[in-house]
Design a protein around this ligand. Structure first.
Ligand code: ADP
Ligand code: MG
Length: 767
């Protein structure tokens, strides 16, 4: 019989053997009862079983999950406010606030074993403690701690001297935690955490006293200002123990089994309070069954919503066009080239949609210069052949004008009437255009946002085309759709979106990819050039122009409306004209110019009357001058990756060797440097987009919020691509089998979907 003794503070120390036999771990609960003969009866309290889903419980559990944070033990008003700033308001929010990493505190290390780069827990004794100063005179507090195997230095750069001197006394023992770094021969920890040992206290006692922070794999939470890890751990443990059991797993059982998902309550528990035998590396990579389950659950509901939206569109009645070839055939004869294989394939996908009696809802993705405009025009002509009008919407006036010029040229020969409608159109001219559109005389209407303005009425809109979709919100898609009865919608983007992201951002659209450039294009040679090489850059420009070529000089305008930046750009142009290239013909193009002015400049550049076009980013999309073979981008580091890619796409359009020089002053941020290196390394839009996504993160990449999609709470598009594909497959299969989620076994799924998507299911939809 093991002996048990009662200490001064009325605590019983149980021998390890006994703990084992009862299956107790730090944190376990047990009841104690005295029996009639004065013997203590110990009974472990089983962990709360997760109740099977019963519909009466649903609403009670829901209510529980909505419990405001202040009601969680240990959360005062100040803490609640700090967490609210992180968007954590309710018990449920807290559950979704997953640790961003985990520390192995299952065992204490010896000081000699501490390795740089690792966060470790170890015990030791304070050998010395005092104020010190760096060579530069910066004061810090320094402590040396040892355990017989070796010693290590602690440093604080922000501290309260009186407090530090009082607590860090020579000879005091404690358990320390922190990340070890190596400086020369010395290992140091800056700002470690400490848990002091009381007089005569054993290590095991201290560890048992604080089972949240010791003797286990410890979660590390994204820090909120003014909240300590220890506090976070305490309240999160409380939240998980109290509220995780309220979360219902709603995915069909068989589906969950197919993907080895664990019940959600367990997933939350394991993600926040991992078992001691959990795999640390999987935890830190977010790849444990618990993490996968939470990610799958989140992505499944996202994809389910998208599947329903898509279904809603494909089931709705639409126009069934017939392909008469009346205009499309003659156009093909007019073209000086043949369609690429990719263009032909995408066109037949579009035609199949247009012929079907349901509305088309398709995204055409094609790298810069892949020939999307022509594909759009062919689709437009199919609609016109059926007596329908077509609206083509572009994000900027200059791009709308460019489309107009391109398309108008062909349509004139075909006898199809094309009209340009932009915001700068005023008064009588505008009234005339509006009347033409309303009467159905304008067969193809090209414009900016002006096209979806209230006053614009179409006679019979059959097809809406949106170019460069990423600049438009989803709402605009809906507005365009409302301009007709049940028009087809074609969305075109040059931003090659990595597949996984496309599946979430445009998940409700069918996807066509133009994955081939017209023949004869030569890759653009791209170089980063530092300021010091500016003279060489200028002579390269001169060289090209000497060969009869033309050049772009691009100046960044982060805000087109920024006066000072505009001034910098125009000054730059003046400088080039007066001091550098007085003998050459320069043109200036920026967003503040009137459309007629812009058009005049573009015309003369296209016509070869201008050698160097100094432009702000207005030329980002759409301009097409094959004779331009060199582009210099000023302050290249200020541009985003996809912007640079779009810009560069303006050269390399002919068969001549083309160059893109990225000028930068050399004071690059790490991110800026990465971007420019990617540009140097590849011309492949998909690889660039993927790099962009990696550098910027998905939130920024396309503005998912703008696209009307929910933010992810646990999923990470870069990491969880394969889970996303699985979740998408399952969601679409489920909707195929039960298109309205009307089967009784899907009732809860439907309710949950509505809750998670809220109004967005309607808004993001096109129906
Ligand atoms: P983007 O996809 O960037 O909008 P565009 O539609 O502007 O590309 O096309 C770029 C250029 O390629 C235009 O000059 C266009 O006339 C030309 N083009 C389009 N299709 C072909 C083709 N099949 N063969 C040769 N040139 C083509
Ligand atoms: Mg285009």
């Amino acid at each position: 019989m093991p002996t048990i003794t009662l200490d001064d503070s009325s605590r019983l120390s149980l021998p390890a053997e006994l703990l084992d036999r009862l299956g107790l771990k730090p944190g376990s609960r047990l009841t104690a009862e005295l029996d009639g003969e004065g013997r203590l009866l110990l009974t472990p309290v089983p962990e709360k079983p997760t109740s099977p889903p019963v519909s009466l419980h649903d609403s009670i559990n829901r209510k529980n999950l909505e419990t405001p944070l202040q009601f969680i033990k240990g959360v005062g008003p100040k803490l609640a406010a700090a967490l609210a700033r992180k968007g954590v308001h309710s018990a449920e929010d807290a559950l979704y606030l997953l640790p961003n990493r985990y520390e192995d505190r299952r065992e204490l290390r010896r000081v000699a074993q501490l390795r740089p780069g690792e966060t470790s827990v170890f015990s030791g004794e304070v050998l010395s403690a005092d104020l010190a100063a760096t060579k530069g005179g910066k004061r810090f507090f320094e402590v040396v701690v040892g355990d017989g195997s070796g010693s290590i230095v602690f440093k604080w750069f922000h501290y309260n001297p009186a407090f530090m001197k009082k607590s860090w006394k020579k000879g005091r023992r404690g358990i320390f935690t922190g990340e070890v770094s190596q400086f020369g021969y010395q290992r140091e920890i800056h700002h470690p955490e400490v848990e002091w040992l009381g007089d005569g206290e054993e290590l095991a006692e201290v560890m048992a006293r604080d089972p949240v922070n010791f003797g286990r794999i410890v979660p590390v939470y994204p820090l909120t200002e003014g909240v300590h890890q220890k506090t976070m751990r305490k309240i999160m443990k409380e939240a998980v123990e109290q509220f995780a059991p309220c979360v219902e797993s709603l995915l069909p059982e068989q589906l969950a089994a197919r993907h080895s998902l664990v019940p959600l309550p367990r997933a939350f528990r394991d993600a926040h309070l991992p078992e001691s035998d959990a795999d640390l590396e999987s935890l830190n990579r977010g790849m444990t069954p618990a993490h996968r389950t939470l990610v799958f659950d989140e992505l499944f509901f996202l994809e389910l919503g998208l599947a329903l939206k898509k279904q809603g569109v494909t089931l709705a009645p639409g126009i069934s066009f017939s392909v008469t070839h009346k205009y499309t055939k003659p156009l093909l004869h007019l073209l000086p080239f043949a369609l690429t294989g990719a263009q032909r394939r995408v066109l037949s996908e579009i035609k199949a949609d247009m012929i079907s009696p349901h509305p088309m809802h398709r995204l055409v993705q094609g790298d810069v210069g892949s020939g999307k405009t022509l594909v759009a025009l062919m689709a437009a002509l199919v609609a016109v052949e059926n007596g329908c009008q077509v609206a083509i919407m572009a994000p900027t006036e200059i791009l709308a004008e460019q489309h107009y010029l391109n398309i108008h040229r062909w349509c004139e020969e075909l006898g199809v009437r094309v009209t340009l409608l932009t915001a700068s159109l005023k008064g009588k001219a505008k009234a005339a255009v509006l009347a033409e559109i309303a009467a159905g005389e304008a067969q193809i209407v090209i414009g900016t946002h002006a096209v979806i303005q209230e006053k614009v009425e179409f006679h019979r809109l059959g097809l809406g085309i949106i170019d460069e979709q990423h600049r438009f919100g989803v709402a605009q898609r809906g507005l365009l759709k409302k301009k007709g009865e049940t028009p087809d919608i074609l969305v075109m983007t040059a931003t090659p979106i990595p597949r996984t992201l496309a599946m979430t951002v445009y998940g409700d659209l069918s996807l066509s990819v133009i994955d081939e450039l017209p023949p004869g294009r030569t890759p653009v040679e791209t170089r980063i050039c530092y300021e010091s090489r500016r003279p060489q850059v200028y002579s390269l420009i001169r060289e090209e122009i000497g060969k009869g070529r033309q050049a772009y000089v691009i100046y960044p305008l982060v805000e087109e409306s920024e006066k000072s930046e505009l001034k910098a750009a125009t000054q730059m142009a003046e400088h080039l004209e007066k001091d550098i290239f007085p003998d050459l013909r320069l043109g200036v193009l920026h967003g503040r110019m009137r459309p007629e002015e812009k058009e005049a400049v573009m015309r003369s550049f296209k016509g070869g009357e201008i050698d160097i076009l100094v432009a702000t980013t207005v030329i980002e999309v759409g301009i097409d001058v094959p004779n331009a073979t060199i582009m210099v981008v000023e302050h290249a580091e200020r541009f985003g990756l996809s912007q640079l890619h779009q810009l560069r796409g303006r050269v390399g359009r002919g068969s001549g060797r083309s160059r893109c020089l990225l000028l930068t002053n050399g004071r690059l941020s790490e991110e800026g440097e990465k971007r420019l290196r990617v540009m140097e390394a590849t011309g492949d839009g998909f690889r660039i987009a993927e790099a962009d996504l990696e550098i910027r993160g998905p939130g920024d990449f396309l503005g998912t919020r703008q696209a009307g999609l929910p933010d992810f709470r646990v999923a990470n598009i870069l990491r969880d691509g394969s889970v996303l594909e699985e979740a998408r497959r399952e969601a679409f299969a489920l909707v195929e089998q039960d298109p309205r989620l009307s089967l009784p076994e899907h009732a809860r799924l439907r309710a949950e979907l509505r809750r998670r998507w809220g109004g967005r299911l309607e808004l993001a939809g096109i129906a």
